[in-house]
Design a binder for this molecule. Structure first.
Ligand SMILES: Nc1nc2c(ncn2[C@@H]2O[C@H](COP(=O)(O)OP(=O)(O)OP(=O)(O)O)[C@@H](O)[C@H]2O)c(=O)[nH]1
Ligand SMILES: [Mg+2]
Length: 228
């Protein structure tokens, strides 16, 4: 893994099955679109390095399965994420209505410093099942930024991922995020060397303690929200 970045931010992408989460990741990381995708099993991840204000930011993006049967697995990835995309499909109303549930999940299982953005995907499909007005009203009520995207045409895909990074970076620069505070899904890289962790952080960093088989240890369960 290359170390030529200043910060690495961990993101999660959540939302109902088939809303296009994996396609958004594919479009962002490889500029590709796939018409026939397989439903994600558990989680998958991708990387991309972007540049903001002379800072190289590496995004480590965890794409979670939308199917209910994977909830217990995907939840274990929320902890320690500093950025998140809440995705629905503009052509299926139920996916927008379910955003409330996803937001509740995130608020319960992830750090309260997480920067979230609401994403209405498949904007290329002419038939809309949700109006922009109601989405904007909801976004305002929940204090979320909202973007209309198309993983198919690429519309706003880069913008969404970059906007979250921008907000996190601003919080770091204005010291609203304390990097010594167990790292919060942020890894700092000084000239290719990782910031040394304190003893108390060594078992708690989201990057060094990722649960790849989706099972949470008792310690992790007890540490719910301890990243904050
Ligand atoms: N027209 C259109 N189709 C899309 C778009 N994004 C995704 N799709 C299609 O929607 C289907 C589901 O896409 P996925 O990215 O696999 O959905 P997902 O949210 O990852 O689903 P799970 O992994 O089951 O949670 C696929 O057939 C995609 O080709 C889009 O922006 N426009
Ligand atoms: Mg998927």
């Amino acid at each position: 893994m290359s170390n030529d970045y200043n910060y690495m931010f961990k993101y999660i992408v959540v939302g109902d099955t088939n809303v296009g989460k994996s396609c958004l990741l594919l479009q962002f990381t490889e500029n590709k679109f796939c018409d026939h995708t397989e439903s994600t099993v558990g989680v998958e991840f991708g990387y991309k390095t972007i540049k903001i204000n002379d800072q190289q930011i590496k995004l480590q993006i965890w794409d979670t399965a939308g199917q209910d049967s994977f909830k217990s697995i995907t939840r274990s990835y929320y902890r320690g994420a500093i950025g998140g995309l809440l995705v629905f499909d503009f052509s299926r109303r139920s996916t927008f209505e379910d955003i409330k549930k996803w937001l509740k999940e995130i608020k319960t299982f992830s750090c309260d410093k997480i920067e979230l953005v609401l994403v209405g995907n498949k904007s290329d499909i002419p038939k809309k099942d949700v109006t922009i007005e109601e989405v904007e009203e909801y976004a305002q009520q929940e204090k979320l930024d909202f973007y209309e995207t198309s993983a198919k045409t690429g519309k706003n895909v880069d913008v969404v991922f970059e906007s979250v990074a921008n907000k996190i970076l601003r919080k770091i620069e204005t010291k609203q995020i304390n990097l010594d505070d167990q790292m919060l899904g942020i890894k700092v890289n000084f000239n290719g060397k990782m910031r040394k962790k304190s003893k108390s952080q060594s078992n708690q960093s989201p990057y060094y303690n990722i649960t790849l088989n989706g099972k949470q240890s008792d310690q992790e369960k007890n540490e719910k929200k301890s990243c904050c």
